[in-house]
Ligand binder design. Structure first.
Ligand code: V07
Length: 261
């Protein structure tokens, strides 16, 4: 009886997607969302499937979440697709993963153009296989004039290594007399990181029950809201994204415009 009178969370979640999207866009939407897409291997294991089947399912889910983020007006979506640590995985698994960008881009490119989405990448491009580099470079080039959401892939990315190369770049500039030591400020460092073109993430999501940063955007996440879920990445759907954004909006309302203080 009482059940029917109480607006439970599940009722809210079960509302139709369009309705939830228009509700969320009436308020402050995070400009930049970053996601650590964890749990693909576990998703496969639960189904007695090989790990790579989980990665493939995870890749399909990237499309779904890209469309949803675009629909709610997110300006940048950064997805952690491959860390510098991931090279330690079995060779066949690494080779499978390195084919995913090509497959993703071959099938999704026409829609990326229609949606006016620009592809970007952070991470060490040079040590990726030639075929992967070629596909990613072509996609970045094909979409370079798109002015809508930036879909930024962290590929062969590690945050400490990003910071180390930034420091090396700046020390070199100082040695060459291009900048003074006093010019090396927080803003200056931000402007030399791989993310220099993007705003800092407003919301970080990590799926699959882990609550660590795993060397992801350490500098850029200094003021970011963190949102963790036990949901495995292939099961993380539009409603899950909206749950995260709803919570982000609740937290923003609580600050009452005092963000960053
Ligand atoms: C990868 C799927 C998502 C879950 C995490 C692991 C596996 C999309 C890409 C991608 C990367 C660059 C690009 C276009 C698409 C991707 C890797 C792994 C290595 F320009 N998903 N995905 N790349 N997974």
């Amino acid at each position: 009886m009482l059940n029917k009178l109480v607006w439970r969370k599940s009722d809210k979640q079960n509302r139709n997607l369009q309705e939830r999207i228009s509700d969320v866009t009436g308020e402050l939407v995070p400009k930049h969302i970053a996601i650590i897409m964890d749990g693909n291997g576990r998703w496969a294991k639960k189904r007695a499937m090989p790990r790579v089947a989980g990665h493939h399912e995870g890749m399909k889910n990237v499309r779904k979440i890209t469309r949803a983020a675009n629909a709610i007006g997110v300006k940048a979506l950064t997805l952690y697709a491959f860390s510098t640590e991931n090279w330690k995985r079995p060779k066949f698994e690494v080779e499978f993963l390195m084919r995913l960008p090509e497959e993703f881009l071959a099938s999704f490119s026409p829609e990326l153009m229609e949606l006016n989405i620009r592809i970007a990448m952070i991470g060490e491009m040079d040590s990726l296989p030639e075929h992967t580099q070629k596909a990613v470079k072509k996609a970045m080039d094909d979409t370079k004039n798109n002015t809508g959401m930036v879909l930024n892939f962290a590929l062969n990315y590690g945050s400490r290594s990003e910071i180390v190369s930034t420091v090396q770049q700046l020390v070199k500039k100082a040695q060459d007399g291009e900048i003074a030591v006093e010019d090396i400020t927080e803003d200056c460092i931000s402007a030399h990181l791989m993310t220099k073109e993007l705003p800092e993430p407003d919301l970080l999501i990590r799926t699959s029950g882990e609550a660590r940063l795993s060397n992801f955007m350490l500098w850029q996440l200094a003021y970011t809201e963190f949102w963790f879920t036990d949901t495995l990445w292939p099961d993380f759907d539009e409603h899950s994204l909206l749950d995260a954004v709803n919570d982000y909006q609740k937290r923003s309302r609580r600050y009452g415009g005092l963000k960053g203080e």
